[in-house]
Design a protein around this ligand. Structure first.
Ligand code: ADP
Ligand code: MG
Length: 244
């Protein structure tokens, strides 16, 4: 379903982020782990064709992304990907139904009201179609954002830090929604998270492959890992063993 060889990315003026070669087995989901700054969001942007492949090869859902021009990438993305954004990005100027129709309308296509109704029913929020986002609870808004991501029957569903800003209950709710939707819609999940709650909930499943990113190798890593390193040094310095 997806994999890469020799994949690396360098932002203008930044250090190179290199990714170890990887192949996701069929019928598995991917949990991307790694400290903040280790390259999770960059990898999601590469997987979704929002960043061009600069080095290496990357295939997603049967397509070699490094070979596509920007126009072909746009078409491929629309047909293949669903994205649950970190902030849910629902427009309060539109009803729930309007939010689901928006991506198709923006792409110059007709709104698929039957598909919207099917998804709202499957997610148990059929009665919310005419509400505005500010009239939804957090859990309901999560369902609407997921329904919108599924509108075009994606083969791959990406979620970047889906538990950011969520309490424990809503985190588990979001993960269950993602897993249920992936099973029902026969799509592959890619979840990026450095949240221990997400790792705990998904790590024990045998249909989830965990991949830990190391981050940049040439600058000692992110601020977070440098701070973790400082903590380690201090622990060593003050530990009873080191004084004896
Ligand atoms: P993560 O999602 O794991 O926190 P990111 O992929 O966002 O990591 O970032 C990886 C590295 O790339 C970090 O060092 C970050 O500062 C850098 N980076 C991310 N986005 C940009 C950008 N648009 N321009 C320059 N550097 C960036
Ligand atoms: Mg990120």
């Amino acid at each position: 379903m997806l994999g890469w060889q020799g994949l690396a990315h360098r932002y203008a003026g930044g250090a190179e982020i290199a990714y170890d070669d990887f192949e996701l087995p069929e019928r598995h989901h991917l949990l991307l782990r790694g400290a903040s700054g280790s390259g999770k969001s960059t990898l999601l942007a590469l997987l979704s064709g929002l960043l061009r492949v600069q080095a290496g090869e990357l295939h997603v859902a049967g397509t070699e992304l490094q070979g596509l021009n920007p126009r072909a990438l746009d078409a491929w993305r629309g047909a293949t990907l669903g994205v649950v954004p970190q902030r849910l990005h629902l427009s309060d100027a539109l009803t729930v139904a309007g939010n689901l129709a928006l991506p198709a309308l923006a792409a110059g296509q007709g709104a698929d009201t039957a598909r919207a109704a099917e998804l709202l029913a499957a997610l148990d929020i059929a009665d919310l179609a005419e509400r505005r986002p500010h009239q939804l609870s957090v859990g309901q808004a999560q369902r609407v954002a997921l329904a919108r991501a599924l509108m075009r029957k994606p083969r791959l569903l990406l979620a970047d830090e889906p538990s950011a800003n969520l309490d424990d209950e809503h985190t588990l709710h979001m993960l269950a929604l993602l897993l249920d939707a992936a099973e029902r819609e026969h799509c592959t999940l890619v979840i990026a998270s450095h949240d221990a709650r997400v790792v705990e909930a998904l790590g024990s499943r045998d249909d989830v492959v965990e991949l830990s990113l190391r981050g940049r190798s040439d600058d000692g890593g992110s601020m977070a890992s440098r701070l973790a390193g400082l903590g380690r040094d201090r622990t060593t310095f003050w530990s009873p063993g080191s004084l004896s």
